[in-house]
Design a binder for this molecule. Structure first.
Ligand code: HEC
Length: 194
């Protein structure tokens, strides 16, 4: 009996016996603590293939951050990810202005992009009846009374950050392309304003 108690107390105080406080001691399932796959942000072991031993590769020289247009990072309407919150649509609608001239070239590009990125849900004419949209449900019709008269900045914001059941598409579509799509959506809904 006494031997048992001694054994029990020894096993309970096991952690305290380890001199190095940072050493976690015996790990029951090590792969659950440290992933076997290469993790960029939690590296424990030296990478054996990359020359500098890091999992995370440094961007090649001359890379331009996604957050920047590379030309002018102060113009919100050209930034990949501008600092207006997703839910602040009214602010975006007021602040963001289309920097592109409305012309045939931009409209043609807008139509092409719209057909890839939006028509599957919104339908070719923007009635909310695309093949995906029919299954997805709740897709807006551009001629509905709450959409037909919203500003270009409003639509740009919805494309960039999403709204309700629609996801934002900022990671797929460049700012200039988003504005071209806005022009085409304006044409579809017959909107003449800013
Ligand atoms: C996966 C399907 C899907 C795709 C793709 C999609 N949308 Fe939407 N969109 C929706 C849904 C659903 C809503 C309704 C959002 C809500 O209010 O819940 C919506 C709403 C909208 C609205 C109305 C916003 C408002 O103020 O009510 C606009 C404008 C719009 N989308 C434009 C676009 C454009 C432009 C594209 C392409 C870049 C696009 N959508 C791609 C599903 C989609």
């Amino acid at each position: 009996m006494i031997a048992r108690i001694l054994l029990l107390s020894a096993s309970l105080s096991g952690c305290a016996l380890i001199a190095d406080k940072k050493d976690p001691g015996w790990e029951y399932a090590p792969q659950m603590y440290v992933s076997d796959s290469y993790e960029p942000y939690s590296q424990v072991r030296e990478h054996t293939v990359n020359a500098d031993g890091k999992n995370m590769r440094a961007p090649v020289e001359g890379s331009i951050p996604r957050s920047s247009t590379g030309y002018d990072n102060t113009r919100l309407e050209l930034m990949y990810n501008y600092p207006i919150h997703k839910d602040s649509i009214a602010d975006a609608a007021r602040i963001l202005k289309n920097p592109l001239e409305t012309n045939e070239k931009n409209l043609a590009s807008g139509k092409y992009l719209y057909t890839s990125y939006c028509a599957p849900c919104h339908g070719d004419a923007g009635a909310g009846d695309g093949l995906v949209g029919q299954k997805y449900g709740g897709v807006a019709n551009y001629k509905a009374s709450n959409v037909v008269n919203v500003s270009s900045g409003h639509i740009y914001h919805v494309i960039s950050k999403g709204k309700g059941r629609m996801w934002g598409q900022a990671s797929q579509i460049r700012p200039v392309e988003r504005w071209q799509i806005v022009q085409y959506v304006n044409q579809l809904r017959g909107y003449q304003g800013e």
